[in-house]
Ligand binder design. Structure first.
Ligand SMILES: [Zn+2]
Length: 348
């Protein structure tokens, strides 16, 4: 089969690799219907993560189950399934506590599982899924092709935006600031509105993204950053926002988020911290500002969000503004790296 391999900074190729095989009773083999490039893939693509060897890449996919191991009960051949950006058993104490990203038996696509067998990546034609019962969410009933992009957002970006809003405690009537206008930030706007926020201020300098932010329910857009951005938030809100959703992961974005929160406010953060953010405890203490969040346990959110995605009450699928065959995966990375695309969909 063909799969995407990152050879080094800026060097991404689709290559022939061995077909995955069932290796244990809890596995499933899934044929990928749609996959996509994540903002976090770009950290590796840009060489910012000290990548040394060539590696498979891609952690968001929706597919159709081809075969399952003897122990698999919840998933059957022919099912259309959503895979979260990690795998998990769904039964250990961390999974039961709602933190399936810390599953005691789980792991990440593109690495060996606890039995030393490679778990394939999403940007390819097929994936061996360990712990299929806990990992895969079955989409009930017939699934049409035009549903696939929306379903795919439940692999990562929509669930991650939702986690930011849940972590910040967004509820009815809140004023929310969203820092970051990538796919996760845009989905966080959807999530904040869905949870009852009445005012959502999106921070974005890009016209197309500002437009989508408004379509997703942002009531105001602030183009300024740093001191100017904070001043604009305070001008609109008086004392700052009730909740702030940090969806970037840099020092500057976390600083922006903390300073945009009102006294007693809460920052929900889901930006992968690659840009050196640290928490300034003294100012947080002085203003009673809290911070909560982390890597989003999206598997646990799929069942809650799925009906709204399928009914099109929410439209996270609109974050895909580039739709390419898997053969053009290098173009997908290029477009996202240059911010010509918000998020690229790939079809094997
Ligand atoms: Zn677990």
């Amino acid at each position: 089969m063909r799969a995407t391999i990152l050879h080094g900074p800026g060097d991404i190729r689709l290559e022939e690799v061995p077909d995955p095989q069932l290796s244990g009773g809890h596995d499933a083999i899934v044929r990928v219907l749609v996959a996509c490039v994540c903002g976090s893939d770009l950290w590796h693509y840009r060489g910012l993560t000290g990548l040394s060897d060539a590696r498979r890449i891609g952690h968001e996919f929706v597919g159709i189950v081809e075969s399952v191991g003897d122990e698999v009960r919840a998933v059957s051949p022919g099912d259309v399934v959503i895979a979260p950006f990690y795998y998990c058993d769904g039964t250990c104490v961390n999974c039961r506590n709602g933190v399936s990203t810390s599953c005691l038996n789980g792991g990440w696509w593109g690495a060996d599982d606890r039995h030393g067998v490679f778990a394939d990546c999403g940007q390819g034609e097929r994936v061996r899924v360990p712990l299929a019962d806990g990992t895969l969410a079955v989409v009930p009933g017939p699934v049409t092709d035009d549903e696939l992009p929306g379903l795919l957002t439940l692999s990562d970006v929509m669930g991650t935006g939702h986690h930011a809003a849940v972590s910040a405690g967004v509820s009815d009537g809140d004023t929310v600031v969203v820092v970051g206008d990538g796919a996760v930030g845009l989905c966080a706007i959807i999530a904040a509105r869905r949870l009852g926020a009445t005012t959502v201020i999106a921070m974005s300098r890009h016209e197309a993204r500002q437009e989508l932010a408004r379509e997703f329910g942002a009531t105001q857009v602030i183009a300024g950053r740093g001191d100017a951005g904070v001043a604009a938030v305070h001008e609109l809100t008086g004392v700052g926002a009730d909740r702030v959703l940090e969806c970037v992961g840099t020092k500057e974005s976390m600083d922006q988020a903390l300073r945009s929160a009102r006294p007693g406010g809460m920052v929900g953060y889901v930006g992968v911290p690659n840009g050196g953010p640290e928490l300034p405890v003294r100012p947080m203490f002085n203003r009673n500002v809290g911070v909560r969040g982390g890597v989003a346990p999206v598997r646990g959110y799929i069942e809650e969000l799925l009906p709204d995605v399928r009914s099109r009450r929410i439209r996270p699928d609109l974050v895909f503004d580039l739709d390419l065959p898997l053969a053009d995966v290098a173009d997908a990375y290029d477009a996202m790296d240059e911010r010509r695309a918000i998020k690229a969909l790939l079809r094997p």
